[in-house]
Design a protein around this ligand. Structure first.
Ligand code: GDP
Length: 609
């Protein structure tokens, strides 16, 4: 009996799990959320579903009703008091539900459009879920778009499927198999939820339609099942406050406010709180704990109801003095009677500092800027995986001072004079300054798009360097002169290429021994500005090809055939240490083995070690 009492007490003490919806744009995240909120409203009864700040609360009674079609024998037992679903779908909310690097989101619904399969943001969401070790199910949404689908509103999926024609069932099966394969390619095993024997090992796929409501009962039941099976320990109610700032917003009549998800404990009016701000820790007292007014209350006066205290799990708006500069994604701590406020300040500042300290020790790297602590963390994790070094980190809109900081890289490592900005605005003056200085600012609201932009930028830089290197690159060649058409200014001669390849722009030299001093002498002729065969310009003449007429020009005073030069002098491309390095860096593929050997042979002529 004692055991049973204990068990009952601990079950009583389970708090509501917090659920986030993620997925690619247009997969139906918002619509699904609307649909689960609305069914009961249509039936003229809200079933206790409450609109909170940034979240909707579904008491277990409402969920019991909504899942009745798939729990007709009542065999599924509900243990949690309800479910808190975050209202703004997408990875921003998910990223901001964080505490000391772990997620406050207990469970997630990843929405996939069954007609489109896995899309870019799906992959990004999966990465976030994997990084934060958040259990999730997949809603394979839009099943009503399978050709010929016959709907039964709000029905359980299995029943609806069994009523479809053979061809619809076959199309469903095909799309399901494609999806499973795509998940497999991402390293996830997945199964149709009622064929899934291990929720721990395989992701459950639940087919849904946000339009007809089919599969939504299955989805809700599955969410509760997964939380109850996998995470009762993390859902134990604790008295210690655990809360995170989801959004920072100015509200008329309240000034700056923060929208907070309280995942554990109790918040009271007047509580002393500490959170992260752009200028260090913010310490203030809760002036008001606000939740949205219901329809009835709305007629009174304010859009908000004031609460003396609120208990987890819920979403609440906090009004307090001094919240300017508060950072979304930051933890919110309450100063208890035994707490030292300074310790708590240090704690929240460390949250920010730990992200800011994740920069390259060499000081060489790109600058990153994100809107919130959560998105900054996600971005840094991602760049680390991509091995893109980060030198500067910032939160909030990009201002000139951020660009100036990035600009220090122009000296140190110009390739990294790049700002990767996630989900933030760029101030006009900042952009102008960046344009002037040649600092690239890339903005995106999908993290990996920043990676793409950066990769393209790096490729373009390499291309440009290759272009710049054209004059510096010297391909090796050895030429025999067969005719002299013009002795000097410019030299025009006929030559055979006996080694290597002769390209336009190649600098040419003869190497002779001075008859009086006996010293080796390098006589530079200038650069080849034209190569002609049969009166046609050609860009290159290779070893063994028929003779060509070439023109060699020089800026200064050019040597003359019959004086410094003789027809029998062998001519060489004039290589240097720099030209060899340039070939190695940009043209390695274009230089044959024989030509590398030739370079080695030519080196002593030009005293290159
Ligand atoms: P979100 O960007 O993921 O929030 O997607 P929305 O909820 O805004 O939905 C995008 C579009 O898909 C809208 O036009 C919806 O009406 C439509 N849509 C969403 N779910 C379904 C569904 O289950 N079936 C069909 N046929 N259309 C859907």
């Amino acid at each position: 009996a004692h055991q049973a009492a204990l068990a009952a007490r601990s079950a009583d003490n389970l708090r509501s799990p917090i659920c986030c919806i993620l997925g690619h744009v247009d997969t139906g995240k918002t619509k699904l959320l609307d649909k689960i909120r609305q069914t009961n409203v249509q039936e003229g009864e809200a079933g206790g579903i409450t609109q909170q700040i940034g979240a909707t609360y579904f008491p277990v009674e409402a969920i019991r009703q909504k899942t009745a079609v798939v729990n007709q024998d009542g065999s599924f037992e509900f243990k949690v008091p309800g479910l808190l679903v975050i209202d703004t779908p997408g990875h921003e909310s998910f990223s901001n539900l964080r505490s000391r690097g772990s997620s406050l989101c207990n469970i997630a619904i990843l929405v996939v459009d069954i007609m489109h399969g896995l899309e870019p943001q799906t992959l990004e969401s999966m990465r976030l879920l994997r990084d934060r070790k958040t259990p999730f199910i997949v809603a394979l949404n839009k099943i009503d778009r399978l050709y010929g689908w016959k709907k039964i509103d709000n029905n359980g999926f299995r029943d609806s499927l069994s009523l479809q024609s053979k061809s619809v069932q076959a199309e469903f099966k095909k799309r399901l198999d494609d999806t499973k394969l795509a998940f497999m390619e991402q390293g996830f095993n997945s199964e149709l939820y009622y064929e899934n024997k291990s929720m721990a090992r395989n992701v459950s796929l639940v087919p849904t339609s946000a339009i007809t409501g089919e599969g939504i009962p299955d989805m809700l039941k599955l969410i509760l099942q997964l939380t109850q099976e996998r995470m009762t320990s993390s859902l134990m109610y604790l008295s210690e406050v655990q809360a995170t700032v989801l959004e920072v917003k100015a509200i008329e009549g309240f000034g700056m406010t923060i929208d907070v998800i309280l995942s554990n404990g109790i918040l009271r009016e007047g509580d002393r709180i500490v959170l992260c701000g752009t200028e260090g820790a913010i310490k203030t007292n809760i002036r008001a704990l606000l939740t949205p007014a219901t329809m009835k209350e709305l007629r009174l006066k304010s859009a908000y109801v004031h609460n003396k205290e609120v208990k987890a799990a819920l979403g609440v708006k906090i009004s307090a003095p001094g919240l300017e500069g508060a950072i979304a994604g930051s933890r919110l701590l309450v100063v208890g009677p035994d707490d030292d406020e300074e310790d708590l300040e240090e704690e929240v500042e460390a949250d920010l500092a730990s992200l800011f300290s994740r920069v390259e020790k060499t000081g060489r790297g790109v600058s990153v800027q994100a809107s919130t602590l959560g998105s900054l963390e996600a971005l840094l994790d991602f760049l680390k995986d991509c091995k893109i070094p980060v030198a500067n980190v910032g939160i909030g809109p990009v201002f000139k001072r951020d660009v100036m900081q990035c600009g220090t890289m122009l000296e140190k490592s110009p390739d990294y004079a790049v700002m990767l900005c996630f989900d933030v605005k760029v101030d006009k003056e900042a952009q102008e300054y960046a344009d002037q200085q040649g600092i690239k600012i890339f903005t995106a609201d999908i993290i990996y798009h920043l990676f793409d932009a950066f990769t393209k930028h790096m490729e373009a830089l390499t291309e440009k360097k290759k272009e710049d290197a054209k004059l510096l690159a010297v391909f090796p060649c050895v030429l025999n002169t067969v005719a002299v058409f013009n002795k000097t200014g410019p030299i025009v001669i006929g030559v055979d290429v006996v080694e290597g390849q002769l390209k336009i722009n190649t600098p040419i030299a003869a190497v002779k021994t001075n008859p009086t001093t006996g010293q080796k002498e390098v006589i530079s002729l200038g650069r080849v500005t034209s190569i002609e065969r049969d009166h046609k310009q050609i860009p290159v003449c290779k070893k063994g090809q028929p003779s060509v007429a070439i023109k060699i020009e020089m800026g200064g005073h050019q040597p003359t055939y019959g004086r410094q030069l003789e027809e029998k002098d062998v001519l060489y491309s004039m290589i240097s240490r720099a030209s060899i390095n340039c070939l190695k860096e940009f043209y390695r593929k274009d230089v044959s083995n024989d030509e590398w050997h030739l370079i080695v042979k030519l080196k002593p002529l030009f005293d290159i070690n």
